[in-house]
Design a protein around this ligand. Sequence first.
Ligand SMILES: [Zn+2]
Length: 149
Amino acid sequence: MAKKERMRIERINNGIVIDHIDAGKGIDILKLFPTEFLKTKIDYASYIDSPRMGMKDIIKIENLDVNAEWLMRIALLAPDLTISIIRNAKVQKKVKPTIPEIVEGILKCRNPKCVTIRETYLVSRFRVGRTETGRLKQQCTFCEHIFYD
Ligand SMILES: [Zn+2]
């Protein structure tokens, strides 16, 4: 696996590597960041063979640093990922983001009848958890609708 990855993804000196993203979800993660964050070298490989996950996506973003809030935003899209912080071409730190039980103001409810769609001053609030099979579950506390990743 490592060999294959090396062929498709270049090393970076400083930045972050987002690994173990569910296959096909990488593009959604890139869309999370404001475009000015992304005016840098980005390597994105999707549907790479992974012994653990079957298939996965991997993203390397040069000269980007992420704080705890960004880690959580990313983790809400792909809860099993790992993020490596790269400094001077070495992995300085590996982070496995944790998802809080309640997430406020980040997710948008996808239920068109939800009060938060019309009353835009309301701050969204979701209960986040996992299903028995490990899928991410997000429940809007306004309309009680449950969404799965
Ligand atoms: Zn809702």
